[in-house]
Design a protein around this ligand. Structure first.
Ligand code: SF4
Length: 325
């Protein structure tokens, strides 16, 4: 895997908080939080220019543990909140963080809507195969027939594949990292944030409390014959996810097929890295700007809402006149 150079030497990240954290010891969430905090610092973003939206679940608490704007939203609804914030204030770096249960079950409709819109935001999906906060029920990413310690019987449902779902929904950057490989994960977070469109980064995240099937020893497991690790980097093996601006539709179809095929790999070989990056599709902000008669959209968050005396600038009389019968 590639390594990041020129890492800034800082004593303390401006995104660091000392807030008490109640995640279980050894939880993969810590690796994701650490990578996020380190990456935002490395990118030299200002904390008041970053907004982090959380869903419901253990991962949904992430905004409390970062000194940026943090919004704890409703179950499965973090992406509409994040979308609204980005459209209202395009200068913000918007990051949505949620679990596999939050995003692929109750929030699946919003996942599809967000991919279709291609708003410039980053969605980090914590994937541990269980609903940790509610005592370890099977989440949509647990595979058919698997049974973790909190389940009375194996799951009877087929797995929802987050990478295939992200691709079908229209996300224009799709990647996967591993919570305990924080250096590689940080590089992926940076690429996802820099991508001009909707990016979806799935992170394999051990839940040592409820998912003993896929713990860190399992992820670190090596093939008995080859000695090769289960986790491998797509980019180290020459996989090219990029569709450049103006590329032909045939190339796009080809890259989508490659992405789908890599999304199916699991078990002895699990790919990490960038699966798909489509620069041929413009982000929604570009389309909105072109539609404005004056050629430029003023950010709603920058609009004045009151005069110097604090009186509202909203004029309802004109609206009432138009509505009167
Ligand atoms: Fe992490 Fe699992 Fe504990 Fe939740 S229940 S904090 S996911 S280890």
């Amino acid at each position: 895997m590639t390594t990041r150079s020129n890492e800034p030497k800082r004593d303390k990240s401006p995104f660091h908080t000392n807030r008490a954290n109640d995640w279980c010891a050894g939880c993969g969430d810590f690796g994701i939080l650490h990578s996020l905090e380190k990456t935002l610092t490395h990118m030299e973003l200002a904390p008041d220019k970053v907004a982090v939206f959380g869903g419901i679940g253990c991962s949904g608490k992430t905004p409390y543990y970062l000194a940026s704007y943090g919004i704890h939203t409703l179950h499965g609804r973090l992406l509409p909140f994040a979308t609204g914030a980005k459209l209202a204030n395009p200068a913000l770096t918007v990051i949505a963080v949620g679990g596999d249960g939050d995003g692929l079950s109750i929030g699946a409709g919003h996942l599809v809507g967000s991919g279709r819109r291609n708003v410039d935001l980053t969605y980090i999906l914590f994937d541990n195969g269980v609903y940790g906060l509610t005592k370890g029920q099977a989440s949509p990413t647990l595979r058919f027939g698997e049974q973790t310690r909190a389940m009375p019987a194996p799951t009877m449902l087929e797995q929802a594949n987050p990478i295939a779902l992200g691709l079908a929904s229209g996300f224009t950057w799709i990647g996967r990292g591993y919570a305990y490989d924080t250096r590689h994960l940080g590089e992926l977070i940076e690429q996802a944030i820099n991508h001009p469109g909707s990016s979806m980064l799935t992170v394999l995240q051990p839940c040592p409390t409820y998912n003993e099937l896929h713990d860190k020893d399992w992820f670190a497991g090596k093939d008995r014959d080859t000695g090769q690790s289960r986790l491998y980097s797509l980019q180290d093996e020459g996989y090219d996810p990029l569709i450049v601006e103006g590329a032909a539709q045939t190339l796009r179809e080809q890259k989508m097929l490659h992405c789908l095929s890599k999304a199916q790999e699991w078990g002895d070989r699990i790919p990490l890295g960038v699966f798909f990056q489509d620069l041929s599709r413009p982000p929604l902000s570009g389309t909105l700007i072109r539609r404005q008669p004056e050629g430029q959209m003023a950010a709603p968050a920058k609009q004045p809402v009151s005069d110097e005396q604090g009186h509202s600038l909203v004029r309802l009389d004109g609206l009432f006149d138009r509505l009167s019968v």
